[in-house]
Design a protein around this ligand. Sequence first.
Ligand SMILES: [Zn+2]
Length: 284
Amino acid sequence: MRRFSIRWREAIILGSLMLLAGCQSSSSVTPHRDYVLEKSRQAQGADQRIRFLVIHYTAEDFHTALNTLTDEHVSAHYLIPAQPPIVNGQPVAWQLVPESMRAWHAGESGWRGRTNINDTSIGIELENKGFTQRLLERQFYPYPALQVALVTSLSRDIVRRYQIQPQDVVAHSDIAPQRKEDPGPLFPWQQLAEKGVGAWPQAWRVKAFLHGRDPQQSVPMAGLLDKLARYGYPVTQDMTPRQQRRVVAAFQMHFRQRDYRGNPDAESEAIADALLQQYPSAAN
Ligand SMILES: [Zn+2]
């Protein structure tokens, strides 16, 4: 009888608390140590803080990269080994920073009019040696199939959770073309796009925009840069010709990987036109 009455009293107290908070159900009231939060009304004027997914290579072996990415200077949300170990039949990725926190992977950067991309992105580092300089040529290293499969599934989850637009899945070199080459021209962007991660131009559109021109035919740099800027690349009016070529090269490393010398040519322009048509620039 006594136990029953205590429960009854508790029910009355809870009921009056709910009345006090003006809520309809107890689940919208969250008690904290010194206060209570009422969450029954949620605003519509809000969106995801995370807008971009940035892909990198480490240019270091896994253990060196793990040390670098866990010291106090730089970090990334995820690190994927070249040969991911298998646990319970599944490949393993390392999470180094919770997604709710900012990781320090992008540095000075810009995309689609935004700067400091660390604030608004998730960063994934892939173990990859980067490149070896051979005379005038850089020889990049390929990404093993299991590593690609793992970055694809992880990215697909991230893109879905934050509703990241295809054109906002980017290379470090896209958002910092003056400083960075990673993840390089051997990263399989097309393969990822076919699995629903990131953008890729449709071949028939590129062909249509080429209008029968020789793909290598030169086009005015200013016109091409204008299109790349509209797509998202950080382009400024005061760039030197060398800096302009770096932006074009970054674009080519992503979307025209067999030739990324930075020449402004008809094929690059047609690819940019196709991308702009496929992914109309939504408010971001
Ligand atoms: Zn990077």
